[in-house]
Design a protein around this ligand. Structure first.
Ligand SMILES: *Cc1c(COP(=O)(O)O)cnc(C)c1O
Length: 356
């Protein structure tokens, strides 16, 4: 069997969830959208089920997958519903839609539902993607409160720059939120992972941690609290071939890497079709039998190549960690000019193996 695997540490996931909850001191929706950022939504939700106050996914398809797997917690639909015919399913399965647009208010008011829905009403406090503008917010809230199809209304917004500890934007968004929701009675939710870690003043009734559950720190540099996170996914494979190349020999497509001296190159069974970034530059760190080594040459679809010159004991069969327990995924992301979110959620084809 091809040795490429994503090993998922479910006790690290639980540890990170508990950390999120203890840092904010309030209820936390575990965000498991996009197949739990590539970790497998059903298995992750099942591991969290005994403790999580609720889950959040992007859409009803993702929520119904969790319901079919026996998850009983409330589930928030972060993108809300896309068509009115989803509303009765929300009622049947206790799914909470985010309401971000006028047409959704109309649809909710006109629906005939078997029971009223808990709704989260989204304020656009500055991200300018979705949500009601501050001047529209109170009237949208009153329409929800007046509808017989609505039970509780949670007031929410989303932060655009919480991962920038020195930006004033986050406190400006908080101020917009406080002004728009002033005098409206109900629970509130603002924080994503970066806010849980860096902006304790955002604390409200519900947080929505995602990336931190998977052990990746969204803040720049090394952050004290981020250091308490435990990586959940270790992406690994093995060396399947070794080449002794003379100086001047090129490696891989486009001859991007040319050996400057005699070089021992290991070929690893993992490539961009598994989700490893093709844009990773020469020098991107990897771990071979626990030792640091680096990528050389362009990443191929099924294989990548590493310099083993400094690791004489490494060879065919050596274990290679691309990121995970001993190599932070956010460090690899920097070498590929991307972020940990895209790397984790892009993992595919490899076998996932779970342990506690
Ligand atoms: C994805 C998402 C989150 C989680 O964000 P992280 O940065 O992964 O913690 C929270 N809230 C909303 C609305 C989201 O879409």
């Amino acid at each position: 069997m091809r040795p490429a695997r994503a090993v998922i540490d479910l006790s690290a996931l639980l540890h990170n969830y508990r950390l999120a909850r203890s840092l904010s001191g309030c209820a936390a929706l575990a965000v498991v959208k996009a197949d739990a950022y590539g970790h497998g939504a059903v298995r992750c939700a099942q591991a969290l089920a005994a403790e999580a106050d609720g889950m959040a996914v992007a859409c009803i398809e993702e929520a119904l997958e969790l319901r079919a797997a026996g998850i009983r917690q409330p589930i928030l639909l972060l993108e809300g519903f896309f068509h009115a015919d989803e509303l009765e399913l929300c009622a049947e399965h206790d799914l909470w839609p985010v309401i971000h647009a006028d047409w959704q208010l109309d649809a909710l008011e006109q629906a005939r539902l078997s029971k009223p829905l808990n709704c989260w009403l989204k304020l656009d406090s500055g991200m300018h993607r979705v949500g009601f503008f501050p001047h529209e917010y109170a009237s949208a809230w009153r329409r929800l409160k007046a509808s017989g199809n609505v039970a509780e209304v949670v007031m929410m917004t989303h932060l655009a720059r919480a991962d920038e500890p020195n930006s004033p934007a986050t406190l400006e968004q908080l101020q917009q939120f406080n002004t728009a929701t002033c005098g409206l009675n109900g629970l509130r939710s603002l924080s994503n992972s970066a806010a849980v870690l860096a902006w304790p003043e955002m604390a409200s009734d519900w947080t929505r941690p995602g990336i931190m559950l998977y052990g990746s720190n969204p803040l720049p540099g090394e952050h004290d609290i981020g250091g308490q996170l435990r990586p959940v996914m270790t992406l690994e494979s093995k060396v399947i071939a070794v080449r002794e190349l003379p100086a001047g020999a090129a490696v891989g497509y486009g001859a991007r890497y040319v050996a400057q001296k005699p070089t021992r190159v290991g070929v690893v069974a993992l490539g961009y079709a598994d989700g490893y970034p093709r844009h990773a530059v020469d020098g991107t760190p990897v771990r071979v039998d626990g030792q640091l080594a680096c990528l050389v040459g362009r990443v191929s679809m099924d294989m990548l190549t590493v310099d083993l010159s400094a690791l004489p004991h490494a060879g065919v069969g050596s274990r290679v960690e691309l990121w995970g327990a001993s190599l932070p995924v956010e460090r690899v992301a920097r070498y590929a000019d991307t972020i940990a979110y895209t790397l984790l959620s892009g993992v595919r084809r490899v076998v996932r193996s779970y342990h506690f």
